[in-house]
Design a protein around this ligand. Sequence first.
Ligand code: FMN
Length: 334
Amino acid sequence: MSIYTSLVRPLLFRFEPETAHRFTLAALRVPGLARLLVPRKPPVADKVSLMGLTFRNRLGIAAGVDKNGDAPLAWRDLGFGFAELGTVTYHPQPGNPRPRVFRYPSERALVNRLGFPNIGAKAFASRLRRLRTRQAVYDFPIGINLGKSKVTPLPDAPSDYLGSLKILHALGDFFVINISSPNTAGLRDLAQPDDLRRLLSALQEFNRSTSDPKPLLLKISPDSEDRYLPDLVAITREFQLAGIVATNTTSQRTPENPHEAGGLSGHPLTHRALTVARIIRPLLARDQILIGVGGVMDSGHYRLRRQAGADLVQMYTGLVYLGPTAAWDILGRS
Ligand SMILES: Cc1cc2nc3c(=O)[nH]c(=O)nc-3n(C[C@H](O)[C@H](O)[C@H](O)COP(=O)(O)O)c2cc1C
């Protein structure tokens, strides 16, 4: 048992999940604090170049952990190889009423129905601009996950995402187009082929018109039926996306799963997210990458996701249960 699991976690878990998360982010904003919480030697490194970017290891922070870019470099200090910030929407928005995040320790699971609370693309851009001018960040790519603003009707989704991409384009190393969160009404409908083509065409056309086009990836749901996955992958190839992030949280429940409404993550998602990775990998183009996410709670899950062909792996729920040494627990100690 680590100090985190025996002492800190029980204390943090006495607070409502969002409050505990806010404490954690506030602590990680204190310069240098993250480094005091972890071993001095970095976790086992497996440095790799993908999408034209250098990653010092293949394990990253999934979207949702740092929605507003509160502590982008602390994730590096905690041993991770990259971070995907956001989801960011064009308009700032408060998200759904609380409570909206629920823990299930015996299942090593979370349920959330946050609904993309975030400061909006403009405010997010000023934060990242400060970071980028203060400090050159080598070997720690920062991705930005883009979602649809709640107030924007679904048919106007392409211009909403495009508005965010234009504001943030220079500030992210890669972008993830999120059409798979279960907590924004209608968002998953954007996976319909015609709608998806309209969205990707708008984003890629702008991206290509810039002097420095960025890798664009699509984040998909674990709840798409297997027979639709080949079409989804084909569309990402058609628009030459850099890859796929699989998967988001699930709306599906088995009788033993927590029944609170929202997206379920963590251990109950491990098997489905691994299956989706296995289906998708052989369908991707050779230069496309797969970021595997969903229920990576230990080093065995990480290994299996890599064996399924995930070039990079991300975690969110595992971080809550493992604490600051999660990257060492998953990648091994050097
Ligand atoms: C509290 C919470 C908030 C999340 N917020 C986002 C988000 O804003 N955007 C997104 O694409 N995914 C979001 N996710 C999904 C995660 O990025 C990840 O895809 C999912 O939780 C599965 O990974 P895990 O089992 O390691 O948590 C969120 C997950 C959780 C638990």
